[in-house]
Design a protein around this ligand. Structure first.
Ligand SMILES: Nc1ncnc2c1ncn2[C@@H]1O[C@H](COP(=O)(O)OP(=O)(O)OP(=O)(O)O)[C@@H](O)[C@H]1O
Length: 298
């Protein structure tokens, strides 16, 4: 059976006058996956999330959540969605439990037991009666996520949940996201931090200047050709030789190195020796997500 798509956007666009904040975003998120929405600052992530949450009308295109179109007027399906956009909306002088009790007043149908259940889900049950202001960054963020989880959402949307956090806090959030995913909750996570996405997400969309430049599993994004690195005293001569080779692409120079893709190292060596531009050393590496991300968002 085909895995259910819980969130999709089709050719989504949002213009603010001349500013094309979102140009063309078509993505699909499947049930129970952790989906990373990765892009540099200003690439249109928050604007996309605002449209997903029905807070903003698209200039063109559409958002569907659980198969239903979402607009500012038609958003009842968002009852099935939890969200945390930016810093957690906590009341610091109150305990974790009191924070959840106050949120519960907005969901009168929830049983009282859901508060303890949610505290356990984010591993804050032992700290339930401590004031939020005494919490570490990671604990505050987990409480913010608890507020988003209180109403038992099937889809959780988090915009930059680890922005400004210390490494320990980031680690706690990653662990929490994995455990929520194993409970069957789908997570849509936006971030400009590649390592965060790489470590926790099943699939990733990479956005740049409002357009999607890649979507796939981390393995798919990394499956590009190996990079041939040439250490040389003559970068200009090396580049000239490479430019003449069929299939050679993405030729780049950095200090005394020239990088090329699309061609085997043996062909590179043969061509350079033939043209008497003998390299010091030639090696082959696979691109890591950082270099894929940088080359996609250049
Ligand atoms: N209300 C608005 N009016 C005009 N321009 C806007 C508005 N909101 C966003 N923009 C612009 O749209 C572009 C995308 O912004 P957006 O906040 O969606 O990016 P982002 O990827 O979330 O970035 P960040 O990580 O910095 O929040 C930016 O150039 C931003 O300045």
């Amino acid at each position: 059976m085909e895995t259910e798509v819980v969130l999709e956007t089709n050719q989504l666009k949002k213009y603010f006058g001349a500013v094309k904040a979102v140009e063309d975003i078509s993505l699909s998120v499947k049930r129970a996956e952790i989906y990373g929405f990765l892009g540099p600052n200003g690439s249109g992530k928050t604007t996309t999330i605002s449209m997903i949450l029905g807070l903003m009308r698209p200039t063109a295109g559409e958002v569907k959540v659980f198969g239903e179109t979402v607009t500012p007027e038609q958003n009842s399906v968002l009852k099935r969605v939890g969200m945390m956009v930016g810093a957690p909306a906590l009341l610091p002088p109150f305990t974790a439990r009191q924070n959840l009790q106050m949120m519960a007043t907005m969901h009168p149908d929830l049983p009282e037991s859901r508060i303890d259940e949610t505290l356990k889900l984010v591993d804050l049950y032992p700290a339930a009666d401590r004031k939020a202001k005494t919490f570490s960054m990671g604990m505050k963020q987990r409480l913010g996520i608890a507020l988003a989880l209180l109403n038992k959402p099937e889809l959780l949307i988090l915009d930059e949940p680890t922005n400004g956090m210390d490494p320990a806090g980031m680690h706690e959030i990653r662990q929490l996201l994995r455990s929520l995913s194993s409970e069957g909750i789908t997570i849509f996570l936006s971030s400009h931090l590649m390592h965060e996405i790489e470590q926790v997400c099943d699939r990733v969309a990479v956005v740049q200047k409002g357009s999607m430049v890649a979507q796939g599993t981390i393995a798919e994004l990394l499956s590009g050709d190996p990079i041939v690195s040439i250490h040389t005293n003559d970068t200009t001569g090396t580049v000239k030789v490479l430019e003449k080779l069929e299939n050679a692409r993405s030729i780049e120079t950095k200090e005394r190195f020239v990088y090329v893709q699309g061609i085997a190292s043996s062909q590179v060596i043969e061509a350079l020796v033939q043209e008497h531009v003998v390299p010091e050393e030639v090696s082959v590496t696979r691109p890591d997500l950082e270099s894929v991300f940088l080359s996609l968002t250049k």
